[in-house]
Write a protein that binds this ligand. Structure first.
Ligand code: SF4
Length: 487
């Protein structure tokens, strides 16, 4: 029996379908936190008090039988041919059933149409006449009060929305236009075996949005490529073709076959120079703006689909930790850390103002994409600290810039410029020695710490979080010193 997710993988790539079938179930850490039972919230929103409620592993006959016994069916499982579906909410309305899908975003999009069309295909083949099709989703205008109000938190739409959040068409019409006989696809999936598939071919689907889970299985040779391999060329549409043509190293890449990005020139020149390239004039100019003391700042935060605290909106971000390293001109460094449990944003804003010197430069790594945003969010929330927090955001420099812009490149970076990659080239102390080594792992640990009753375990997590966030700002001190040494 297949699920819709299997069909989706097969349609994206048969190799991915086979890979995921063999892969052990991995422990996926959701980026966005969803603590509440959305099923219960939707039941409250739609006023469902009496219903049939389906569960994983239910025999398909159970839901069919429930059709005659209940007006509402929640998470009912149905099967047809070789496909099994879960229908989130369906309501008998005269002779037809109205369908309610759950969309845990703010504006339901039509880009997951296969999910809706295949559900309808299965329901129709179970003899279920379908009336309206609606989406229950989070209300963009909702601001949480003291308690969560499902009636206001959720909203019901009959329209899909565009990526610019404009209505893009009636859901029922779009779904019915897209329904097709899935038996042919299921036949193909039955016949799909490694022996019948041609070798994987690299296309844009392998790395569009994010790198495919099966990438290293499909193309294992890439993981062993040399630091100077042409495949390390950033943003190159020609690198695989060049490799095929015998251009194997960065140093041999002709100017006519690059897109002309600064980082590409830096990568080629680094290999020609024995491994390191630095545009010392540009770097000196960038460093000349730095004023002492230099403060390095890093935040950790969690994102909540359903606002957990008063005053929060759906998908608001809650910063829970920051680390600050302050480096004086004579090399002296002091370290400060703030770590909360729950919503301590006011205390955090006050501590930031206390901990960060009003003078000197303020730096973060990927400042535009994270720290500046966090500071502006806090400024928006606490009017009394607005000026001080906005001043911090305005004077913040991005330490990533010299790498991102191609001022500096070391072939050991292998086309990447994350803080971890750069730190890995420079210092004995590294992320490898820490209990927490990744941002998402830090978020997961924080989620555990919040609910852990054992004080020893709490303390262990706290120390791990402090070490991880502290390593990020320590790493920035090392990187800045290295850049200064280069000029
Ligand atoms: S890496 Fe590319 S070829 Fe391999 S499974 Fe993914 S999409 Fe298919």
């Amino acid at each position: 029996m297949y699920h819709i997710s299997d069909c989706r993988k097969y349609i994206r790539c048969p190799h991915l379908f086979l890979y995921e079938q063999k892969a052990e179930e991995s422990s996926y850490i959701p980026f966005v936190r969803l603590d509440e039972s959305m099923t219960e919230l939707v039941k409250a929103k739609l006023g469902i008090t009496d219903c049939f409620e389906g569960h994983r592993g239910d025999p398909a006959e159970l839901a069919k039988q429930a059709l005659s016994e209940h007006e509402w069916l929640v998470n009912a499982r149905f099967e047809y041919d070789r496909l099994r579906i879960k229908m989130p909410f369906m309501h008998r309305n005269g002779d037809v059933y109205d369908l309610y899908f759950l969309y845990t975003g703010l504006f339901p999009r039509g880009d997951n149409l296969l999910y809706y069309t295949s559900t309808v295909w299965v329901l129709e083949h179970n003899g279920i006449p379908i009336g309206d099709i609606r989406m229950v989703h989070l209300n963009v205008d909702y601001v949480r009060g003291e308690t969560l109000d499902p009636a206001e938190l959720l909203t019901v739409s009959e329209q899909f929305f565009t990526s610019r959040n404009h209505p893009s068409g009636n859901i029922r019409t779009r779904v019915f236009e897209g329904v097709y006989d899935m038996s042919g696809l299921l036949d193909e999936m039955d016949l799909c075996t490694a022996e019948h598939l041609p070798a994987p071919v690299r296309t844009s689907r392998c790395s569009t949005r994010s790198r495919c889970n099966a990438y290293e299985t499909c193309f294992p040779e890439e993981t062993t490529e040399d630091n100077s391999s042409v495949l390390m060329l950033t943003g190159s549409s020609e690198k695989y073709a060049m490799k095929k043509d015998g251009i194997l190293r960065l140093r041999d890449v002709p100017g006519s076959r690059i897109e002309g990005l600064n980082i590409q020139y830096a990568e080629i020149l680094a290999d020609q120079n024995g491994g390191l390239y630095a545009d010392r004039t540009a770097l000196r100019h960038w460093l000349s703006n730095i004023q002492w003391p230099v403060t390095f700042l890093d935040f950790e935060w969690d994102t909540f689909a359903v606002p957990p605290y008063e005053g929060m909106r759906p998908y608001d971000v809650l910063p829970f930790e920051y680390s600050v390293h302050i480096m004086e001109e004579d090399g002296t460094v002091t370290h400060k850390i703030f770590l909360s449990e729950g919503d301590d944003r006011r205390e955090m804003a006050e501590a930031l103002i206390r901990d960060i010197p009003a003078e000197g430069s303020l730096m973060a790594y990927n400042a535009e994409g994270a720290e500046k945003i966090r500071l502006r969010e806090l400024a928006e929330r606490f009017a009394e600290y607005r000026t001080a927090l906005l001043d911090m955001a305005d004077r913040m420099e991005d330490l990533q810039l010299p790498f991102q812009s191609g001022m500096v490149y070391d072939v050991r970076m292998r086309g990447q410029w994350s803080l971890k990659t750069i730190m890995g080239m420079m210092d004995d102390r590294s992320y490898k020695d820490l209990d927490i080594r990744e941002g998402m792992q830090a978020v997961m640990e924080w989620r555990l710490m919040e609910h852990d009753e054992d004080p020893e375990e709490k303390e262990k997590i706290r120390k791990g979080l402090e070490a991880y966030c502290g390593m990020d700002t320590y790493a920035m001190t090392v990187v800045l010193k290295w850049l200064m040494k280069l000029v």
